[in-house]
Design a protein around this ligand. Structure first.
Ligand code: ADP
Ligand code: MG
Length: 248
């Protein structure tokens, strides 16, 4: 899929975002098709987090338009609420509540946001924990789990809202190397199941095997994008080549 399909689920046009005088995004255009898997890479500070945070309005863009599943993100709070339910996000830090059990962490939003009765929310949570192969840890507290297990709980928590899109912001960067694979494997399965995914990562093996398209960002712009085979074999821009020389 080239991303210029007729029915993109995410459409960004001329998206710009400044923090004070610093221009973090300098006019980004991006179409993501339904079921498409995008990997975004690029140097630290290039705007990758800011870009994906604009997709669920964790950041408010200053210029341009962001349309997600047919809804334009503006100041309309109902639109934002709707999009937040449809877009799951997983961060580098797991952000689990330490005083709640794993099951309670995952059942929390379905119970409080979707207003499911507690038993139903917990049943749904258990299904998602099993999906990420961690059902046996449901009664523990996050502090008793490894980093890889906690990140899988965070993925289950996002999936529990039955999102149409999943955003991942360097989900394996805070993990010890031996735990990276268990998280990537869960993401791989999600991709195989047809989930629309936008993943910021420097795991180029994952990009190669999962991405439909790899984007390279630098200084607030998408500098280059291509299917992985082409992206890795023949990067067009000097900056992409420099970057790949460092991460591969
Ligand atoms: P990346 O994820 O590619 O490392 P970010 O999108 O996090 O980059 O950040 C892009 C630039 O914007 C960085 O220089 C960062 O310091 C700056 N920035 C990001 N968030 C904020 C913020 N909330 N306040 C001020 N500057 C920010
Ligand atoms: Mg970042």
């Amino acid at each position: 899929m080239s991303g210029s399909g007729a029915d993109p689920i995410i459409q960004l046009r001329g998206v710009a975002k400044a923090f004070g005088k610093f221009q973090a995004l300098r006019g980004v255009d991006l179409d993501v098709g339904r079921g498409e898997r995008i990997v975004i890479c690029g140097p630290s500070g290039s705007g990758k987090s800011t870009l994906i945070r604009c997709i669920n309005r964790l950041e408010e863009h200053d210029a341009g338009t962001v349309v997600v599943d047919g809804v334009e993100l503006s100041e309309d709070l109902r639109a934002i609420e709707r999009i937040r339910r449809e877009v799951g996000m997983v961060f580098q830090q797991f952000n689990l509540f330490p005083h709640l059990t794993v099951l309670e962490n995952v059942a929390l939003a379905p119970h409080t946001v979707l207003k499911l009765p507690l038993a139903e929310a917990e049943a749904r949570a258990m299904q998602q924990l099993e999906r990420v192969r961690i059902g046996d840890q449901a009664a523990k507290h996050p502090g008793q789990l490894s980093g890889g297990q906690q990140q899988r709980v965070a993925i289950a928590r996002a999936l529990c809202m039955q999102p149409r899109i999943m955003l991942f912001d360097e989900p394996t960067s805070a993990l010890d190397p031996e735990m990276v694979k268990e998280v990537l494997d869960v993401m791989l399965e999600l991709a195989r199941g047809g989930m629309t995914m936008v993943v910021v990562t420097h795991e180029m093996g994952f990009a190669r095997s999962v991405a439909d398209r790899v984007l390279f960002m630098d200084a607030g712009r998408i500098v280059e994008q291509a299917p992985p085979a082409e992206f890795f074999a023949a990067p067009k821009h000097e900056r992409t080549r420099d970057f790949l020389a460092k991460v591969l």
